[in-house]
Design a protein around this ligand. Sequence first.
Ligand SMILES: C[S@@+](CC[C@H](N)C(=O)[O-])C[C@H]1O[C@@H](n2cnc3c(N)ncnc32)[C@H](O)[C@@H]1O
Length: 582
Amino acid sequence: MSFAELKAARQGKSSYVTQNSSQNSQSSSAAPSQVVQQSEESLAPTESIYKAIPDFLEIRSSSGSGRGLWAKKACTPGQVLLVAKPHAAALSSEHLDTHCAQCFGSETDGGLKRCTQCQIVYYCGPTCQNLDWVIHKHECAALQRIAASGETSLPSDAIRCLARIMWKRQKLGPTSSWTREIDSLQSHNQDLKPAAYELHTHLAISLVRYLGLSSPSEIVSFGMVSGADLANFVSRFVTNTFTISDPSLMSLGASVSPPVALINHSCDPNAVVVFPRSRPDPAQEPLMQVIALREIRADEEILTAYIDTTLPRAQRQTTLLETYLFLCICPLCTSTDEVDPRESVWCPKGCGGMCPTPTEENSFSRCAKCKAVLQKTDEVLDAQRIGQQALDKATTLQLSDPEKAHQLTSNLIPILTSAGLTPSSHPLLALTRLHQALLISALRSPTQETLDETIVTASKAFSGLCAVLRYGHPVRGLARAELGKLLAVDEPSPRQPGSGSAAEEALRFPPSGVKRLRLALDTLLQARAELGVGFGVPNEGGQVGRSVREDIVKLERELGAWKKGVSEVMEDARLAAKSSSK
Ligand SMILES: C[S@@+](CC[C@H](N)C(=O)[O-])C[C@H]1O[C@@H](n2cnc3c(N)ncnc32)[C@H](O)[C@@H]1O
């Protein structure tokens, strides 16, 4: 449900206003002394083919993290560093009938038309269908083959993306710059651990089945000579694949872009990869953009985060090691700070400081500010354990059984909060964000209570995110925009005096009446500025930034009308007082 629909749903209720208005710079994880600049002469032939890389960036290699992209000149927050259309992209199965398979636009942008042959993929219209036909003609046959075989589930987005690369590779040939860029992606095929090897083998087998290959020799037509080539190809894909997201960061599918894949990882990144869809051109979308999150110095490496950096260090490192085969030594992973807000508990004495969350191995913990020792370590450990279990379960259930998922998040959040976990601490932050998403999707005809509960949850989630993500991060900007939009949905009548002291009333959150509208406006103005960084200054916050700007205009109008209403009432009162005194 959109916020506009939500606002419309709330308009059934008499509206207060309507009545009155009659209307730091981080260093790279690679050791600088080991960085080698790749001059044109020293570049391997494949490395000079990245046409998307602008002049102010260059490829350099380091012994720690291989090739990477480095800034030759200083860059500013919100600067677009790199723009690239993925070499290949595939929608995940649940979005095949809600998004265009070519430009990834959603059905809400306009009606979608189904491919009459496979009846599985959809397009915005003939333009997108024609643009995609060169690859879809193979895909269409493969999808029809799958349907005819009686298979009930479709191949995953990973398999469909891999197949799209294979067909394009077959069309363009092994010497095209497109294929050379794909072939230059890093592969970890030689160093795979058993679990990863199994995953890659499974992917390769599913791919061969989907392509309809019946003998090993058929692989030759794709420019590969052996099964080892195929294994390498799959390994390259796993190491270099990107999730395509919509402008509100909902995951839509998988993609591969060799120039963007040159960027190495940091858990405290100086850049992000987004798909802002600011002025969508069907031939160019889904368009990836790498945006600077902060000032980047000349000779500093561009680093993005491959994983969710709101997670604690151990979880981040496990994922990076399993999927990308490296041990992260970024500043966040090697920090010796006493407390990481991702793993923190409020001071037991209430001084406002934080203690590191205790662990099974080390249960001693004390406040970093006043040094008070944390006593209830078992309670914290239990809360974390059951919180993680509930989070896993609620995440799995959120689409199939949202009520059950909501029950889990509602029950667990108070337990974790009373154990003292801070809003930015894992798994409390993740549970709060999930709770917020579940509340929003259930807000069809909200009551004042459900709306206010959603606003309180959104505010807690936002404050947790602010402690762990730097200003401008798109996740933070979107959370701020969501909070502002929720505050703008309604402006309940000011609460009657008597329900609390004036001071208590002033502190109540969310506020009521015009104070709520002012807070909404203020939050949306800040969200617009923050989205402007995370989605790139020239993109003006992307699609969400655009809708925030529209909300701001409406709110300013409402506030203007409210002010006018109040001054008219005051004037009437003044005139009445004057005439009665005569
Ligand atoms: C998407 S690629 C990045 C480009 C890659 N360095 C190259 O040479 O093509 C991901 C791989 O780069 C390496 N890598 C990325 N970030 C790293 C880091 N912070 N430390 C060490 N290795 C890293 C890992 O081998 C990882 O699997």
